[in-house]
Design a protein around this ligand. Structure first.
Ligand code: HPA
Length: 284
């Protein structure tokens, strides 16, 4: 996909929603309900956006929703393109390219992930502090287009510190409010921090692989986010990453892992997740 393709898609989106958008959000598996929060929303199914692919996995609607949240214009990607679906990396990162051409400054990437830490339980959230790309491929492989960014992009601080601070503060405020109201006391630690390790999927890991990634320093395992984060940083877009912990990784409980459980946990945390996102966006 060329630079001109991304410009064409950005121009179409701007013609349908002619407001300045500083922040874009990518919603992970089971987290799509957040898009319903937008006011005065314009919904663009992916097939209406030039050069966009279509989303094939259950739980991903496949549209870009543009609208207002707390008076701020945002673009929300309801459904993303996963490498495991068979898309090429240039297709997976294309929306991030388009956001860049739209002038987006902040990209909030969310996902469903499995925890390798027994203390980080399903239903909690993890602020991504760094990632490990174990997908076996780098999305920027190939000819570099300098209009996006440098040939050898720095990845020292992929996940923006200021955005992390905002997320931390808002999570603390939510926990405090809920705690004071006597509800959800156990959720005061609902926002963890950790390293997200991206794998190609579509299989979940074996228990041995889970032990390996844990030894290597991963806190959560997933099948997305890293390509988009890399593409965003290549273009100088600030990135915030939030994982919804949907399950303990393979071999950590007596149970097998299934996609339905992943989706159910996403729906269960939707309320607190939406509130956190809303509060973060209001401060950007
Ligand atoms: N592993 C990989 N990806 C995932 C998992 C997991 O356990 N849960 C949700 N996405």
């Amino acid at each position: 996909m060329s630079y001109e393709n991304a410009v064409e898609a950005a121009d179409l989106i701007k013609s349908k929603y002619p407001h300045t958008i500083k922040t874009a959000v990518v919603l992970g598996s089971g987290l799509g309900a957040f898009a319903d929060e937008l006011q005065n929303a314009v919904k663009l199914p992916y097939e209406q956006i030039p050069h966009f692919s279509r989303s094939t996995v259950a739980g991903h609607a496949g549209q870009l929703v543009l609208g207002e949240l707390s008076g701020v214009h945002v673009a929300v990607q309801q459904g993303r393109f996963h490498y495991y679906e068979g898309y090429e990396m240039h297709q997976v990162m294309f929306p991030a390219r388009v956001f860049g051409r739209m002038g987006v400054e902040n990209l909030i990437l969310t996902n469903a992930a499995g925890s390798v830490d027994p203390e980080m339980k399903p239903g909690s959230l993890m602020l991504i502090t760094d990632h490990m790309n174990c997908m076996g491929v780098n999305p920027l492989r190939g000819k570099n287009d300098e209009r996006y960014g440098a040939r050898f992009p720095d990845m020292t601080q992929v996940y923006d510190r200021d955005l992390q601070k905002i997320a931390d503060e808002e999570a603390t405020a939510i926990a405090h409010e809920r705690f004071e109201k006597g509800r959800d006391a156990e959720r005061t630690d609902f926002l963890h921090r950790g390293i997200y390790c991206a794998l190609s999927g579509p299989t979940y890991e074996t228990p041995s692989e889970v032990r390996m990634y844990r030894l290597l320093g991963a806190n959560a395992l997933g099948m997305s986010t890293v390509p988009e984060a890399i593409a965003a940083r290549h273009q100088g877009i600030k990135v915030l990453g939030i994982s919804c912990i949907t399950n303990l990784a393979a071999g950590m409980t007596g149970e097998n892992i299934n996609h339905d459980e992943v989706m159910e946990t996403g729906a269960r945390v939707a309320d607190i997740f939406k509130e956190l996102l809303r509060r973060i966006i209001a401060r950007l």
